[in-house]
Design a protein around this ligand. Structure first.
Ligand code: T4K
Length: 368
């Protein structure tokens, strides 16, 4: 019997018939985009669901990152992590800014606050940190550094939908946080994203920026772009949100099952959440070190041979890509922790509809 291939992630989709009333309403309204009724409803629903002050929806997380960087009028250099999806650094470069790479902490694989100050120059204006795999950055330490040096802080929170620490949304940290609602994310609108901002004034500015900088029919105040989420995306997001609770529970059950199944395997390390963190089960990364009889790439291939498609997120490091490799801070010797993590990391399949027996199939391949 041939088994269905297993992917690193799969979107959870509500039953097809539940989409129909949403589409009927759009057909009746004939409002397809530009801050329509579903767009307004989803923004309000997310404010409540996430416990954040303001939400601005976007057509994807990448454009939301671009707008976040531009909304804060940054110049010069932006300190960031090389251990992320390439969109993080691309957003800095697309804004005409220079990325400055800082190494990550071994525990969380997030930017290491202890190394940030050494990277600050007179040209530095901001820190763009990533809550990698949904594990929160050390936001207190980063806030303190930013305060001392007058820097802005943006969090790429693409993986951190719904994550809280001590009962508070991690999306409230920093000046702005950016979410992705891509199909591969915990909460998806097929493609989509959002910026979380602290007040109505900043939200208004961001909303203008994502709508060409338009204020009204005769007034344009900023060099904006088209970052608008359309009504189908927003309606599908509202439907997703209704089903999110059980989907999250199933993800977290898989997370727990992996931890139990992998606990006794020498050379395989699971990343730990922060104390008082409520996770979202968005990814399940493991690090495979020298004590394991197989290299990470051998484990990756053995899993693939068993029909299980893990992913080496985030290998290669962003700093090794040709457009960044010549930057002074891209040298591997400057980024030893990230370089080692990129060689060891493997993200295992995790999603709401993952057949539960997959966990044991994966563990069997990892168990020497
Ligand atoms: N910042 C960070 C830290 C990010 O991780 C991302 C995106 C962004 C910013 C940018 O946000 P967006 O602009 O994307 O909103 C995927 C996603 O395309 C990307 O959104 C995501 N991060 C990144 C980590 O992963 P790929 O190239 O690995 O995706 P792909 O197509 O290989 O999909 C992975 C697996 O998911 C497939 O093997 C099967 C499954 N899948 C995928 C899609 C698209 C499905 O089952 N259905 C689907 O529709 O980049």
């Amino acid at each position: 019997m041939s088994l269905q291939p297993i992917y690193v992630t799969q979107p959870s989709l509500p039953p097809l018939e539940e989409y129909i009333p949403y589409l009927e309403e759009i057909w009746t309204n004939r409002v397809l985009t530009n801050d329509g009724p579903f767009h307004k409803r989803l923004e309000q629903a997310l404010v409540e669901h996430l416990g954040v002050p303001q939400v601005s929806l976007f057509n994807n997380g990448t454009i939301a990152l671009h707008v976040a960087l531009q909304a804060l009028c940054l110049t010069g250099e932006v300190i960031t992590t090389p251990f992320s999806f390439v969109a993080t650094t691309h957003a800095i470069a697309w804004s005409g800014l220079t990325p400055v790479f800082v190494d990550v902490e071994p525990g969380t694989l997030n930017i290491d606050p202890a190394r940030i100050e050494a990277a600050i120059s007179p040209r530095t204006t901001a820190i763009l940190a990533v809550h990698c795999y949904g594990t929160p950055c050390d936001v207190d330490a980063i806030a303190e550094i930013a305060r001392r040096h007058g820097l802005r802080v943006i969090y790429d929170a693409a993986h951190a939908f719904g994550v809280t620490v001590r009962g508070e949304s991690i999306l409230r940290a920093g000046d702005l946080s950016v979410l992705s609602f891509h199909a591969t994310k915990v909460f998806n609108t097929f493609e989509g994203g959002a910026i979380i901002s602290p007040n109505a004034e900043m939200k208004l500015h961001i909303d203008q920026m994502k709508n060409f900088g338009i204020v009204n029919q005769t007034t344009v105040v900023a060099t904006g772009t088209n970052g608008k989420m359309n009504e189908v995306q927003a309606a599908f997001g509202l439907l997703q949100l209704k089903h999110l609770g059980p989907a999250l529970e199933r993800r977290l059950a898989i997370d727990e099952a992996y931890r139990r199944a992998l606990a006794d395997i020498t050379g395989v390390r699971c990343l730990e959440p922060r104390p008082s963190q409520v996770s979202n089960g968005s990814y399940f990364p493991v690090l495979i070190d020298e004590r394991h009889p197989y290299t990470r790439d051998e484990v990756f291939s053995r899993l693939a041979a068993a029909g299980i498609n893990g992913r080496r997120y985030f290998y290669p490091l962003i700093s090794t890509f040709p457009m960044y490799a010549k930057l002074p801070t891209a040298d591997a010797a400057h980024l030893p922790v990230a370089t080692r993590a990129a060689e060891q990391v493997l993200c295992l399949p995790i999603y709401a509809d993952l057949p539960p027996e997959t966990v044991e199939r994966v563990a069997a391949v990892l168990r020497p």
